[in-house]
Write a protein that binds this ligand. Structure first.
Ligand code: NAD
Ligand code: AKB
Length: 316
């Protein structure tokens, strides 16, 4: 990987992944791109930046040629909650975008393509505790459907064309730099902003809803470690389970209250509750550990302390 394009670079993960990749591969060797041009300051901070709508193959192709790109981290997507409000937009961005990147990957003989998947691939018919790597995939959201199709497409392109595609089934990602973009796990970020501002929080999931989550530094490490792994060691490609810790809103509230004793949360579940109820509580990530040495560094308690410290600095 010498010249890298990151799509969806203004999103929750993209913003931090671009910075991390630039530290490793050189600032000018990582091109950030996104469709959203509303935050000009953020775009300036992420330069070199290119406008690209991933549903437009020609636009992507031009950028890939102009910068002599050899590898793509394809993060542009519509997440679960926004996707349920607009299923066709979710299908179009997630599927057309993925197919465009894969087709260009073959045509331009790209070196590597990383496309994240999600725990949203699961639904009924699978154990919700220590959900295994090899399992039935029956998602109940349009987002989950696109993630299953994306995984299968990536493996198809690997088998048929030898395109080196890789991906991870991220759990909910928690971070302090960029707000999440419309998922079901967003509560686990929103709650920290309210706690740091000394405001009460109304949680859109019930207090006992246990979900797998991961802190951003581990998400970045997992993504780059998989991208750099020796392909001869990989038996899986686009669908690695990765896990870190799991908790429910009541446990997260209690952990925050250790630092902020007056913090209060009320529970007002909405349409996102049924999405969360369709996902696992814990995930078995032994394949990732065996095939490319995955190991998370942050515990639940480390994450809570670090989030509160970082947001206290940011919001002061
Ligand atoms: P996000 O919603 O924060 O960011 C997505 C970015 O894609 C946004 O900046 C948006 O402007 C851009 N985008 C949307 N439509 C586009 C289009 N047509 N063309 C170009 N850009 C477009 O998402 P994220 O949380 O950073 O997620 C990145 C990837 O990781 C996605 O594939 C997502 O499914 C996956 N993932 C994320 C999480 C999480 O908790 N954040 C969990 C599991 C999987
Ligand atoms: C979402 O909630 O949609 C994402 C995900 C788990 O894919 N955070």
């Amino acid at each position: 990987m010498k010249k890298i394009l990151v799509t969806g670079a203004l999103g929750q993960i993209g913003t931090e992944l671009v910075r991390e990749l630039r530290l490793k591969y050189g600032h000018d060797n990582v091109i950030a791109s996104d469709k959203n041009l509303s935050d000009t300051q953020k775009i300036k901070a992420l330069e070199p930046f290119e406008y690209a709508d991933v549903t437009n193959a020609e636009e992507l192709n031009t950028i890939i040629e102009r910068h002599n790109i050899d590898s793509v981290f394809h993060l542009a997507a519509i997440l679960s909650a926004v996707g349920e409000r607009n299923p066709m937009q979710c299908w179009n961005v997630n599927m057309t975008g993925t197919l465009n990147i894969l087709e260009i990957g073959v045509a331009k003989k790209l070196n590597r393509i990383i496309i994240p998947s999600s725990m949203a691939v699961w639904g009924d018919g699978v154990s919700k505790d220590m959900t295994p790597q090899e399992s039935v995939l029956r998602p109940t959201t349009m987002y989950g459907l696109t993630k299953v199709c994306g995984e299968r497409l990536c493996d198809y392109y690997f088998l048929k064309y030898g395109l080196d595609t890789r991906g991870l089934r991220y759990p909910g990602i928690i971070s302090s730099e960029t707000l999440p973009g419309g998922g079901t796990t967003d509560y686990a970020v929103d709650i920290f902003y309210k706690a740091v501002k000394d405001e009460d929080y109304s949680c859109f999931l019930s207090e006992g809803t246990m979900l797998p989550m991961m802190y951003m530094p581990d998400c970045l490490k997992a993504t780059i470690d998989l991208a750099e792994a020796d392909v001869s060691r990989l038996q899986h490609h686009s669908d690695f389970n990765v896990a870190s810790f799991s908790f429910n809103p009541a446990q997260l509230t209690k952990a925050i209250q250790k630092h902020k004793p007056d913090f209060k949360v009320v529970y007002e579940p909405d349409f996102r509750q049924s999405i969360a109820d369709s996902w696992p509580r814990t995930i078995d990530d032994s394949a990732a550990r065996a095939e490319w040495g995955w190991q998370p560094a942050y515990s639940f308690e480390d994450m809570v302390t670090d989030m509160l410290n970082k947001l206290s600095q940011k919001l002061k």
